[in-house]
Design a protein around this ligand. Structure first.
Ligand code: GBH
Length: 446
C-alpha cells in the first residue's frame, strides 16, 4: 500500500507580514504619460545590443493604466504588504525643480487605495530610473546628486504620508557593479573611477534621504536601506579559499552595510579595483560618514543567491541553478544572512525581494519550481526568526511578469502571468499557493 511521505508543517510567526514587490520601470509602461521625464533606462534600452530582445519598459505590464485591476490581484492574494517604487522622472521630470503634480497624484491614489484595502504601502524611492536630465549633469558621479535625492525624498515623504515603510535606494551594489563596472545596466559605463565615486554618492544620497525623512517629523512611518546581500561561502577549506571569500564579502556586502550601519568603510584593498578604491577614498569628505550612518529603523534585504568563492576569487556553482542563469538556489543562505545581520547590526529586517523566474517549458499553470522556492525560503525565514531574528516582512519578487532589465521579457518572474500583447493577467499556480499560505499562515514541507 502506498505510504504517505512524512511532511513537516511550519507555522509562520504572527509578526511576519507577507507581501509582494514590484518596481516602477519594470511594470508601469506609459513612459510619456502625464508629463513623465525620460530616465536613464529609456536611453539605455535605445542602445542597440543592450537588451536581449531589443525591448524596453515603454509599455511593460501597462500598470500605470491598469493599476486598479492590479490592486484586485493583491487583494486576491491577500497580501498584508505591497512594495512598489516611485519613478523619480514622474515626480521631477527634470530631476529637480518643479514638481509634476500628475505624477505625484498617481502615487497618492495608489497609496490611498492600498490603505483602503488594508494593505501596508512599502515605497522604494529609487529603483534605478534616474531622470536623464540628471544623467546629463553627471548623474551618480556628481556629488550634487546627494542633494538632488534629498530634495526628491523630502517631496515624497511630505506628499505621501500614507506610506508605512520607506526604502531609500534599491541595491546600490548592483548600480555600482552593473551600471559602472560591467556596463550591463544603465547608464552602461565601464569605468572604475566612476564606480568608486558612485558608490560613495549612493551611500550619501541614502543618508540625505533619511535626514529628510526625520526632518519631516513623520511619527508612524519608518525608513531603511535596501541592500542586495550575497552570503559568500568558501569553495573548500584552504586558507586561499577562505581569504578570497573574505574579500568577496567586502565587495558584496560590507562595502554597503558598514558605512550605513557602523559609520565607516571596511578595508578596500583586494575588494575593489585600486582605481575604484582611490576614487572612493578621494570622494569622502569630513562629515559624510555621519550623514551616511544616520540611524535607520530597519534593514531592507534582497536575497536571490549565494556566492561560492574559489581560491582565486572565481565564483563557482555548487547549488541548483535557476532559469535566471546567474542564480543558485540555496534557501539556507537566507537563514545564514538573516542570523548574521541580526548578530552584527541588531536591526529589524524587511525581506524586500526574493524569487526566481519560470523554467523554460514550464506551464504558467504549474510553476512548481516557484512554489518550492518560495516555500523553502519562507521556511528559511521562519528558521531565522526561531533563532531570535526580527523579520518584519517578506516580499516575494514579483507580482507580475515584467521587464527584466537587460534580459527584457525573456524571463518571467511573476506570480501572475502577463500576456503582453493583450495585457491579460492570469494568476499562476504559485499565486494560488501563496494565497493559501497567506490565509493559513503555514507551510507544508515535503
Ligand atoms: C533584483 O536584483 C532587482 O532589484 C529586481 O529589479 C530584479 O527584477 C530582480 O533582481 C531579478 O533579477 O543576467 O548575468 O547579467 C538582483 C540582482 C542584478 C542579479 C543583475 C542579476 C544580472 C546578472 N541582480 N544580475 S546577468
Amino acid at each position: 500500500a502506498p505510504t504517505t511521505p512524512a511532511t513537516r508543517r511550519v507555522e509562520l510567526p504572527a509578526g511576519l507580514a507577507l507581501g509582494v514587490a514590484t518596481s516602477a520601470y519594470q511594470i508601469e509602461g506609459a513612459v510619456g504619460a502625464d508629463g513623465r521625464g525620460r530616465s536613464i533606462w529609456d536611453e539605455f534600452c535605445a542602445v542597440p545590443g543592450k537588451i536581449d530582445d531589443s525591448s524596453s519598459g515603454a509599455v511593460a505590464a501597462d500598470h500605470y493604466r491598469r493599476w486598479e485591476a492590479d490592486l484586485d490581484l493583491l487583494t486576491e492574494l491577500g497580501v498584508a504588504s505591497y512594495r512598489f517604487s516611485i519613478a523619480w522622472p514622474r515626480i521631477f521630470p527634470q530631476g529637480t525643480g518643479t514638481v509634476n503634480p500628475k505624477g505625484l497624484d498617481f502615487y497618492r491614489r495608489l497609496v490611498g487605495r492600498l490603505r483602503e484595502r488594508g494593505i501596508s504601502p512599502v515605497a522604494t524611492m529609487y529603483h534605478w530610473d534616474l531622470p536623464q536630465a540628471l544623467q546629463q549633469r553627471g548623474g551618480w558621479e556628481n556629488r550634487d546628486v546627494a542633494g538632488w535625492f534629498g530634495d526628491y525624498a523630502e517631496t515624497l515623504v511630505k506628499a505621501l504620508d500614507g506610506v508605512d515603510s520607506w526604502l531609500t535606494v534599491n541595491e546600490p551594489k548592483i548600480i555600482v557593479q552593473q551600471g559602472y563596472q560591467r556596463g550591463w545596466m544603465a547608464p552602461g559605463r565601464r569605468d572604475e573611477v566612476a564606480a568608486g565615486k558612485v558608490l560613495h554618492h549612493l551611500n550619501l544620497a541614502h543618508g540625505r534621504a533619511v535626514q529628510a525623512f526625520r526632518a519631516s517629523g513623520s511619527k508612524q512611518a519608518r525608513i531603511g536601506p535596501c541592500l542586495a546581500i550575497t552570503p559568500c561561502y568558501p569553495f573548500d577549506e584552504s586558507p586561499e579559499s577562505r581569504q578570497a571569500t573574505r574579500l568577496a564579502d567586502v565587495t558584496e556586502n560590507t562595502l554597503y552595510l558598514e558605512p550605513l550601519l557602523k559609520g565607516s568603510y571596511p578595508a578596500l584593498t583586494g575588494a575593489l579595483d585600486p582605481r575604484a578604491a582611490g576614487a572612493l577614498r578621494a570622494a569622502v569628505r569630513d562629515g559624510d560618514l555621519a550623514v551616511i550612518s544616520e540611524p535607520v529603523d530597519f534593514l531592507g534585504v534582497n536575497y536571490y543567491s549565494p556566492a561560492v568563492v574559489d581560491p582565486t576569487g572565481e565564483m563557482l556553482k555548487r547549488y541548483p541553478v535557476s532559469a535566471a542563469g546567474w542564480q543558485q538556489i540555496h534557501p539556507g543562505g537566507l537563514t545564514d544572512l538573516l542570523v548574521r545581520l541580526h548578530r552584527d547590526y541588531g536591526l529589524e529586517i524587511v525581506v524586500a525581494e526574493n524569487g526566481l523566474p519560470d523554467t523554460a517549458g514550464e506551464s504558467p499553470d504549474a510553476d512548481e519550481t516557484r512554489i518550492g522556492f518560495l516555500r523553502d525560503h519562507l521556511a528559511a525565514t521562519q528558521a531565522a526568526m526561531s533563532q531570535g531574528v526580527k523579520v518584519r516582512a517578506y516580499h516575494a519578487w514579483t507580482l507580475l511578469d515584467d521587464f527584466e532589465w537587460a534580459r527584457g521579457y525573456t524571463q518571467r518572474w511573476g506570480l501572475v502571468h502577463v500576456d503582453f500583447p493583450s495585457q491579460r493577467r492570469t494568476p499562476k499556480k504559485s499565486a494560488r499557493w501563496y494565497a493559501d499560505v497567506i490565509r493559513t499562515r503555514s507551510l507544508e514541507l515535503g
